[in-house]
Design a protein around this ligand. Sequence first.
Ligand SMILES: Cc1cc2nc3c(=O)[nH]c(=O)nc-3n(C[C@H](O)[C@H](O)[C@H](O)COP(=O)(O)OP(=O)(O)OC[C@H]3O[C@@H](n4cnc5c(N)ncnc54)[C@H](O)[C@@H]3O)c2cc1C
Length: 457
Amino acid sequence: MTDKTLSFDELLAAMPNLASPDQMQRHMTDMSGFEAAMPSVVFRPVSTDQVAAIVKTCAAEDRKITIQGGLTGLAGGARPNEGDVVIALENMKQIEEIDTVGGVAIVQAGVILENLCTAVEQEGWYFPLDFGSRGSCVIGGNVSTNAGGNKVLRYGTTRDLVLGMEVVLPDGTVLNMLNRVIKNNTGLDLKHLFIGTEGRLGIITRLSLRLFPNPQTRATALVALDSFDSVTRMLKQARSDLPDLSSFEVMWQSYLQQAAVHAGKDVPFEGRYPIYVLVEIEGADKPVFHEGFSAFLESLLESGIGSDVIIPQTLEQANSLWQIRDAIGEILGSIKPYVAFDISIPLKHMPEFIQQSTAALEEKYPHSINLLFGHLGDGNLHLTTGKHKEEDILAVEELVYMIASRFRGSISAEHGIGRIKKPFLHYSRSEDEIKLMSAIKNLINPQDLFNAGRLVD
Ligand SMILES: Cc1cc2nc3c(=O)[nH]c(=O)nc-3n(C[C@H](O)[C@H](O)[C@H](O)COP(=O)(O)OP(=O)(O)OC[C@H]3O[C@@H](n4cnc5c(N)ncnc54)[C@H](O)[C@@H]3O)c2cc1C
């Protein structure tokens, strides 16, 4: 690739792209259900040089860019503005290196999360990012949204898994920060500007990622409980009794019932308990590992914290429980238009928040269903509500965010702000914080070249 800035026509001739409405259909929106819009062209670069060349031309001709990963985002961040140039990272899918000595992977940003995890496991290591959209989302999208998921409790959010990255800035500069070491106190840690900032400041093209030893074994159980109070008592006990605790996923009765049906499974316990926890540990295959888990489950039942338990005997049975937990994608498809809230609330206020928000929704929108589940080990609740009339969506959002703000919750625990939550950012961040975010955006992306209209102006 030359250093010369190409004209747009030269770019079209030189770069892989899609330009017909039929071909671009898939690139018109993401999983948020946000109203679709047609881009002018979709570029599908295979290298950082190609990304930089596209950016330079677009900057010179002031053509706005929308960045797309796997399009599984739930905040409308990857949905283009009408006529945008889309840069889709889906062809940048090389796993360049797996360092089996130090536990580091160097990858391009368009690698599908599941493919990355499989490749790493084949080398005896483990990349512990995991959630329902694993088969479609890509690592660049995960980093840009600072995704959470099922194992945050043990390994942290995506931010904690990133050692370094390569980024293309809005003027076409390629910033190589592919750091490979955990400790590196050499001034501002610039990678954090691009983690969780949803493509407003740069296009992530390559990443160095932190790997962990591959757990030799796992133990899983589905515990039925009689109340949310029992859930918090179980969480406290799990934290103290289970050093290998990796997941603590909560599903309320109506979610479990719907999810089992959508996953094509029998409803566990025939769905007769009000609340359920899918608990998992992973670690070294020693007798104490399994004995400790059995003792924990027994003590839950003896103390009355747990009402009943299913302990899968095979990997297939355990996977079947996870398929129920992960069936939200299928549920969403059946309740459009929906609002998929992704809220963090201090645990002690969770029952009040749930009571107030579901009561308000039931009163105003009696024909919609409200489903509750979440990564409760992290205080993260998903409240999914639908079907709603399109014209009611803003009022539904306003209603729930207002209640969340009473408890000093966050309006986005892990999905990001994108377009959908931008009007509500003030519920979670102060005016001064939003001003500073805008100032940083204006410093790095002054032309509003990347992802205009999202996160902050
Ligand atoms: C069934 C289901 C379950 C889910 N479960 C979870 C969950 O448990 N936890 C969770 O956190 N999320 C979850 N999500 C949401 C979603 O999968 C995540 O937000 C994911 O990280 C998005 O990745 P993506 O590749 O699809 O990104 P996209 O949707 O393509 O993009 C997301 C944002 O990142 C930007 N972007 C994408 N790639 C880049 C790049 N290379 N450089 C700069 N910016 C970029 C886009 O412009 C956009 O703003 C779920 C979604 C579904 C459908």
